[in-house]
Design a protein around this ligand. Structure first.
Ligand code: ZN
Length: 125
């Protein structure tokens, strides 16, 4: 998974891989993604709660939000390490797609590996 650059989603690029219907899984590079294909995905972000004229609160997409998802670590010596999986995503929502839960699990494990690499850099600085 060394070919994946982080953050995988940022700014106006809220879907990873970017053109999902023409993409294969970013982990196994074998199975197609997109409509009609099995997909396991991380879908995150925020919605703006607004009260409508009838007094009911509704959650809406808005240009006023930016989404993020960080992996963070704090050491007992006040050291810290992190990396961004999603950064400054416009409209606040993003999705990160894989062909299966197996590939999703491998990706999440690689995220923890990357965090541990950054922790090691901090601890050896
Ligand atoms: Zn896959």
């Amino acid at each position: 998974m060394d070919d994946i650059e982080f953050p995988v989603v940022s700014d106006d690029d809220s879907v990873f891989p970017r053109n999902i219907s023409d993409s294969v899984c970013p982990v196994c590079h074998k199975r197609k993604l997109g409509e009609g294909n099995e997909t396991a995905y991380i879908h995150g972000g925020a919605l703006l709660l607004e009260e409508s004229s009838d007094g009911v609160e509704k959650a809406n997409l808005t240009e006023s939000l930016e989404g993020f998802l960080f992996f963070d670590w704090n050491g007992s010596n006040n050291a810290s390490a992190d990396f961004e999986l999603a950064l400054n995503v416009k409209k606040g929502q993003f999705s990160i797609n894989f062909c299966s839960t197996t590939c999703l699990r491998k990706f999440l494990n690689s995220c923890v590996d990357k965090l541990e690499e950054n922790i090691e850099l901090v601890n050896n600085a």
